[in-house]
Design a protein around this ligand. Structure first.
Ligand code: PMP
Ligand code: GLN
Length: 461
């Protein structure tokens, strides 16, 4: 019995050794073969990680370079081209001269202590609750990384994320690279408003039934943006409430991109924070941007505010990528918030005065666009005006299988007329692009001299 078992075991061992050796041989041969057939690294076109394949194009990369190449005046991209508020510059100088040499070193990973405390002190009253500075605020390298942390922190492959079109363009690639599936619903202008010479961003609405129909058991999150880029829509309480009810019914997380929170133009249409709606704090992450709040987009500093159980996922994505944001700029923004906190209710507070700074610019551009034969969509908030250019472009520019009409038109304007305006189809998925190929997007948050130059060009079109 023993000899039989022993000889069987020996045969088994020899056999497994044989299998192992042949596996090693096969792998070695296939490595050899593949290295023979593979192109040298610089000639290969399969280097990009698969999750990014299909996401190569980016409207900012293309159009900002195009504007620069043709010295086109940039009234498309969302940044102001004059000095940010004086207090910001002064706080930079003060921070640079500060004796605390540790301001030049790493700071707390989830946010510089002074900044998270300042944000908590300012925002607690706007959120109607005491925001815990250490556990409910995450400082990031801008609203973009806050969005990235949220999508990558919550989406598993196959999870659905509801996007409202048009949307700030990075939402879609971020969802896809996280393995998520975008489910899109477009804001649509009321038919009457598309015929009028001028319309309002409030005319762009969501169909309630359509929205309801895309929520399902795979829906992990929805992202909303109010005030909206590119339309300038400020969502009403009733619109937010409908979304909030669906989130609660289907147990869905809401990411609320509120970077233009302080910029609204109608005192009856003030910004409403999704997290303040009943039962929404627990399932909402609110994203803000120092660049937009203090008119200094080069800062690239932002924050995510929300309950610990949601913020934790964002912290985990952040800690292994950025770990900590620049200390000195966090110190400067902390001082800015502390300064504003003392005058929150006065008209001089930048949060209250910023909109009046832009209102005149908005109105001026609206008038000129009408005069030039475009149909502007007057925004209730934010930096941008959409304009229907179909009347002035005539039949010359048409969408085809390769390119959309608005892309052709803005390329022409940059190259031939030296004016840089953004195409709007870049804010849609390929499925719904056709809905917006008659629109271009202007940014009016520019100095008067820039706007006047742009207006001279527009009048000659
Ligand atoms: N969300 C929206 C709606 C935006 O318009 C922008 C551009 N300011 C961002 C996010 C990104 O902001 P940041 O520059 O702070 O990354
Ligand atoms: N958010 C700004 C815009 O929509 C800037 C975006 C960018 O330059 N990437 O214009």
């Amino acid at each position: 019995m023993f000899t039989k078992t022993f000889s069987l075991s020996c045969r088994f061992i020899r056999h497994t050794h044989f299998i192992k050796r042949s596996i090693v041989r096969t792998i070695a041969t296939s490595i050899e073969e593949s290295s023979k057939t593979k192109k040298p690294i610089e000639k290969r076109n399969d280097l990009l990680a698969k999750r990014y394949v299909g996401l190569e194009k980016n409207i900012w990369v293309e159009f900002v370079a195009l504007f620069a190449e043709h010295k086109a005046i940039n009234v498309g991209q969302g940044f102001i081209d004059y000095a940010p508020p004086n207090f910001l510059i002064n706080f930079y100088k003060e921070a640079l001269n500060d004796n605390n040499i540790l301001l030049h070193q790493y700071t707390r990973g989830f946010g510089h202590r002074r900044l998270v405390e300042a944000i908590s002190n300012v925002y607690s009253s706007y959120f109607n609750r005491k925001i815990d500075p250490l556990n409910q605020i995450l400082i990031t390298g801008g609203a973009c990384p806050s969005l990235f942390n949220s999508f990558h922190g919550f989406l598993n492959p196959g999870d659905e994320a509801i996007l409202i079109e048009p949307f700030f363009d990075c939402y879609e690639p971020m969802v896809r690279s996280a393995g998520g599936i975008p489910r899109c619903i477009a804001l649509k202008p009321k038919p009457k408003s598309t015929k009028a010479d001028i319309s309002s961003s409030a005319d762009w609405i969501l169909d309630k039934n359509e929205l309801e129909s895309i929520f399902n058991s795979r829906t992990r999150l929805i992202i909303i943006n109010t005030p909206h880029n590119p339309i300038g829509k400020v969502f009403t309480y009733e619109e937010l409430e409908h979304i909030a009810n669906l989130c609660q019914k289907h147990d869905v997380i809401c990411i609320s991109d509120e970077v233009y929170e302080w910029i609204t133009y109608d005192k009856n249409k003030k910004h409403i924070r999704m997290a303040t709606l009943p039962n929404m704090w627990e399932r909402t992450l609110t994203i803000g941007s120092a660049g937009k709040t203090f008119s200094s987009t080069g800062l690239k500093l932002g924050w995510t505010i929300g309950p610990e159980h949601l913020l934790r996922s964002c912290q985990i994505v952040h800690q292994d990528c950025v770990y900590t944001c620049p200390t000195l700029s966090q110190e400067v923004i902390a001082r800015c918030f502390e300064y504003e906190l003392k005058r929150l209710n006065s008209p001089e507070c930048y949060f209250n005065s910023i909109s009046s700074e832009f209102l005149g610019k908005r109105n001026k551009l609206v008038e000129v666009l009408k005069e030039c034969g475009m149909k502007p969509v007057v925004p209730d908030g934010g930096y941008f005006i959409l304009a229907d250019f179909s009347q002035i472009a005539g039949d010359k520019f048409q969408s085809d299988a390769h390119d959309m009409k608005d892309l052709k038109f803005v390329r022409y304007l940059a190259k031939e007329k030296q004016i840089g305006i953004m195409p709007v189809t870049g804010f849609y998925t390929s499925e719904h692009r056709h809905l917006a190929d008659n629109y271009i997007r202007f940014c009016f948050a520019k100095k008067d001299e820039t706007l006047d130059k742009a207006i001279r060009i527009l009048r000659q079109l």
